[in-house]
Design a protein around this ligand. Structure first.
Ligand code: GLN
Ligand code: ZN
Length: 791
């Protein structure tokens, strides 16, 4: 237990776990990219970033967080918080060792090189951060990674803010989460796991904590979201042991106030109480001073919890991962219920960092233009609105409901108006969904379908196709931008896109592909395009959210019942079909992916929302079919992304997600061929679901893993069409015909050649024609070579 000679600081009543760092107008993106382009110096970038950090912490104080007690998170990053932790620890892969100075420190240029690679030196791998669309860099650790306190940036940023009048709470990825998310470096010994270096890493964190205490930081936040997941390669028991050891060393063995700040451990993205362990009891048993729990994804824990009586429970009642305004009165009730847990204090927080939502609703104009319904403004809360919500709840908690009555009433009124608003509930949509029966989710027997499709489509053995998009040229982007600004008429825009389609069709015929696509020139983004064309969605102009590094996305907001006011893709597909005698594949984005890459309404189960999207797509597919399109591909690259972090929740997810896809695709005749595309090659938990989609043809990424997935699918009993990608589209490298032949031979060796399709790994939109044309020519040459061996 902590000694009582030094008084432990009191945790602020209202705080947030983190705040967007890209800047309201993406100032950081612009500054970082200018530095990369060589038009500014490191000093200039540092200065811009410092201005941004200071205006951010001051803004947070203006919005109601306390300036003096660590309520304001110090959560800035130039690129990624996991890379920051690696830089703090000097954990740089050996190929980048020359970038560090004698103390293991990376300068800014070196930091970005580790993130982005240089020449033959590949950057750190990038992967999804828990269940968000944020991507972090995966540290590479081995037995010889030289951990040391290499970078005191966190301390300097604390001092910088303090000098500007704001005492922040430095926020760092916790040691256990850092190592659990790292991977063994290529030169690590066989069987090595990064977690075995915990002691060395914790020793560096101890140094950091000492430095922060010396600088006067009352609090530090260590993020340990790994505690809400049980679907990683580390057994939960090992994780828990690592947490105990870590906080024994950091909390129990260091004296609060002198050797370290008070510690808040945050566990966003889900509940701490799982089937095989109770992370809340675990943390409550340590000597940390505060624990932040996610009460949006997680439920109110059963209590009382032993050990909590000496701690502050930071109740994440405000959703950091979605954009809806909260019912503050109901949240106050939740805060009151938490009394039963027996915590020393309960304070108000966000469920996650606000990194995952845009800065401010007021950055967009909500006047009905561009489909931004004015009513939405009152229903939404982006980061700044959420900070204000936290401040209101904190005042309510301290001074009683009456002190914030006006704000509570306003929030309740907004929530109530949303619940019944026209468009949020569309009776016709509800009635249609309620009338669905199992038959609406099922197609007929596959053998019959396959026979009907073979007769109708008359395709050769090993049919060749692409995944949909062709290179998005600067001309295409320019036409779209001009059209959006009103400087290019709709008619001229359509004509320009049709010209592009003509070129793409002619090219595919010349190359000799069997099933043609239109190339998707008219789509800015595979989800936003459908959001713009369906009722129930809004898209923003400035609602940017960091996706990775300097990249942002603007997720559409799915706010109402989804309907298709008019056919979306039918015109483009029929135009394409009119240009060729070959079969043309219609191209749609599936319901799960549309949900995964949007902010989705939180007032009904995701499965219900997915089915509404499924029905809209079902109508689109019916129209495509009626217009003579015999093949339709429904992309679901995000199927695996939404997989819940806890195994116990995965079955229900896979059930509704697969059903929504089947609802979209099962209305067609036997002879209409349904394709799907998934953007990965390791199926793991979703392999059964892929079969469950019941698509006639599934294309997957397979080149980098050398077709590994094909025997795996065959073993799992998958027997329908499979298009394992025969070349990697993520790199500009043109594969030789021999290489492609070799991969294709591997594929037909492990599964019946009759079910094999030949296609690239993914869409071609980010590639250039210089690479695309020879690559596709080699794909065709390889197909011909392998076909010759099969007949
Ligand atoms: N049809 C889309 C394309 O080709 C698929 C993209 C994806 O799977 N991410 O671009
Ligand atoms: Zn893909």
């Amino acid at each position: 237990m902590t000694t009582s000679s030094v008084t432990t600081p009191v945790f602020p009543t209202g705080s947030v776990l983190g705040y967007p760092r890209i800047g309201r107008r993406r100032e950081l993106k612009k500054a970082v990219e200018a530095f990369w382009a060589g038009t500014t110096t490191a000093d200039e970038l540092e200065a811009t970033a410092a201005d941004l950090r200071i205006s951010t912490v001051q803004r947070l104080v203006e919005l109601g967080l306390d300036a003096s007690d660590g309520a304001v998170p110090g959560s800035f990053s130039y690129y990624d918080q996991v890379l920051d932790a690696a830089a703090l620890l000097g954990a740089v892969p050996s190929r980048f060792a020359s970038l560090t100075d004698a103390d293991g420190r990376l300068d800014l240029a070196g930091y970005f090189t580790v993130a982005r690679g240089a020449g033959d030196d590949a950057p750190l791998e990038m992967t999804k951060w828990f269940d968000t669309n944020y991507h972090y860099l995966v540290p590479e650790i081995s037995g010889s990674t030289p951990f040391r306190f290499a970078d005191d940036r966190v301390v300097r940023q604390f001092v910088e803010a303090k000098e500007a009048g704001v005492v922040t709470r430095p926020t760092v990825v916790g040691p256990v989460t850092f190592l659990a998310l790292s991977k063994a470096a290529d030169d690590a010994a066989p069987g090595f796991h990064p977690l075995s270096r915990l002691g060395d890493v914790v020793a560096v964190y101890a140094e950091l904590l000492r430095a922060l205490a010396a600088a006067g930081a009352p609090w530090v936040q260590l993020d340990e979201p790994i505690l809400v997941s049980d679907s990683i390669d580390v057994p939960v028991a090992d994780l828990h042991e690592a947490i105990e050891a870590t906080y024994q060393a950091l909390a129990s063995e260091l004296a609060v106030g002198t050797d370290r700040p008070a510690i808040l451990v945050a566990a966003p993205f889900g509940g701490l109480q799982g089937e095989d362990g109770d992370g809340l009891a675990l943390l409550a048993g340590t000597d940390v001073e505060a624990i932040a729990i996610d009460l949006v994804k997680g439920s109110v824990p059963a209590g009382p919890v032993a050990g909590l009586e000496t701690k502050t429970l930071v109740a994440g009642v405000i959703d950091g991962h979605n954009v809806w305004r909260a019912d503050l009165d109901a949240k106050l009730t939740v805060l009151e219920q938490l009394g039963a847990l027996g915590a020393g204090a309960v304070t108000v927080g966000t469920s996650t960092s606000l990194l995952h939502v845009p800065h401010d609703v007021d950055e967009d104009v909500w006047d009905g233009t561009d489909g931004r319904d004015p009513r939405l403004k009152a229903w939404l809360a982006f980061a700044d609105q959420k900070v204000a919500e936290v401040a209101t709840l904190a005042a309510g908690l301290t001074d009683g409901r009456d002190a914030v009555r006006a704000q509570l009433d306003e929030a309740s009124a907004a929530v109530a108006s949303r619940a019944t608003a026209a468009g949020v509930v569309v009776p016709a949509v509800r009635e249609r969904a309620a009338a669905l029966t199992d038959a609406d989710f099922a197609r007929g027997d596959y053998a019959e379908r396959a026979a009907a499709q073979a007769a109708e489509l008359d395709l050769p053995l090993l049919p060749t196709t692409t995944i949909g998009s062709f290179p998005q040229t600067p001309e295409i982007r320019r036409a779209r931008a001009l059209n959006a600004k009103g400087q290019l008429s709709d008619a001229d825009y359509t004509a320009a896109m049709q010209d592009e389609i003509r070129r793409v069709v002619a090219l595919q015929e010349e190359i000799g592909l069997d099933v043609l696509v239109h190339g998707e020139p008219e789509r800015n983004d595979m989800v936003q395009y459908f959001a713009e064309n369906l009722d129930g969605f809004a898209v923003t102009a400035n609602g940017w959210v960091q996706s990775y590094g300097s990249r942002g996305v603007r997720p559409p907001i799915l706010w109402g019942d989804v309907q298709r006011p008019a056919p979306i893709t039918v015109g483009w597909s029929t135009f394409t079909a009119s240009l060729t005698a070959k079969p043309v594949k219609g191209m749609l984005t599936g319901p799960v992916t549309i949900l995964a890459w949007s902010f989705v309404r939180d007032d009904q189960p995701l499965g219900d929302t997915a089915n509404q999207v499924g029905l809209a797509l079902r109508d689109e597919i019916a129209d495509l079919e009626a217009a003579g399109i015999g093949i339709v591909q429904v992309d679901e690259p995000a199927l695996r992304e939404l997989l819940p972090l806890r195994r116990a929740d995965q079955g229900a997810y896979l059930d509704w997600s697969v059903r929504s896809f089947r609802l979209a695709t099962s209305g067609v005749r036997a002879a209409t061929q349904i394709h799907t595309h998934l953007c990965y090659s390791e199926f793991g938990e979703v392999i059964g679901a892929i079969d469950g989609l019941d698509a006639d043809v599934t294309s997957v990424e397979a080149a980098r893993s050398r077709m590994e997935i094909v025997p795996e699918l065959a073993e799992a009993g998958y027997h329908r069409g499979i298009g394992p990608g025969v070349y990697d589209i993520h790199s500009p490298r043109v594969p030789s015909a021999e290489e492609v032949t070799e991969l294709l031979e591997l594929a037909v060796k492990s599964i019946d050649a009759k079910v094999v399709w030949v296609n690239p790994d993914c869409g071609l939109k980010t590639r250039r024609y210089e690479e695309t044309v020879p690559s596709l020519e080699h794909l065709i040459a390889a197909t011909k070579a392998v076909r010759a061996t099969l007949v």
